[in-house]
Design a protein around this ligand. Structure first.
Ligand code: AMP
Length: 184
């Protein structure tokens, strides 16, 4: 089973992706986490992506697609994947489709976690203070919310009749239950 989570930054998709991957035994790809780790570990990838990440700007598709491709290769025996923050646009979505096709697989579920933009703004500001996330300051958060809205992919998967929208308000457990109901 392959599941993609869509949502604004701060919608809780990372938390839910991790929880669902753990419960269902799926491999969890968070490209944002891969990039953040690479910056902390000062790897060659980290040096390439650090400035863009700190500015809250997307990393280019070619590099991001390579990260996804090598993650799928490394986890070749996984019984499925949870995609979180990847794909981020239609170009990446098409690339992922081809990657999965090669494995005779497809995305089985695309779940949009629907949240109010003001609610996530407040959530991101308090998370940034707590975690000291270097890519989060109030101005950058506004910028990320404006530029990283999943609308392009929402329209793309709506058109393909693949999108399930769930209410992203309430407790973490309530949201998890809604997602599990969608996944059957
Ligand atoms: P996230 O944790 O998903 O919010 O990602 C944090 C940052 O990593 C983003 O602001 C981008 O700079 C970068 N990033 C993560 N995923 C992608 C992606 N699929 N395409 C391009 N950039 C990404």
């Amino acid at each position: 089973m392959n599941v993609l989570f869509l949502g604004l930054p701060g919608s809780g998709k990372g938390t839910q992706a991790q929880s669902i991957a753990g419960r269902l035994g799926l491999a969890h790809l968070s490209t944002g986490q891969v990039f953040r780790d690479s910056v902390v570990e000062k790897t060659p990838l980290g040096k390439i992506v650090e400035a863009r990440m700190n500015a809250g700007i997307l990393i280019d598709d070619e590099l991001t697609n390579k990260i996804a491709e090598s993650f799928l290769e490394k986890n070749g025996s996984a019984k499925g994947f949870v995609f979180d923050g990847y794909p981020r646009n239609v170009a990446q979505a098409s690339f992922l489709e081809k990657l999965l096709e090669k494995k005779k697989q497809k995305l089985d579920f695309v779940v949009l976690i629907d949240v109010d933009e003001q609610v996530v703004f407040e959530r991101l500001v308090s998370r940034a203070k707590k975690d000291g996330r270097t890519d989060d300051s109030e101005e950058k958060i506004r910028f990320r919310l404006a530029t990283q809205n999943p609308k392009e992919l929402v329209d793309y998967y709506l058109e393909k009749k693949m999108l399930s929208t769930i209410d992203g308000s309430g407790t973490v457990d309530e949201i998890t239950r809604r997602i599990l109901a969608v996944l059957g």
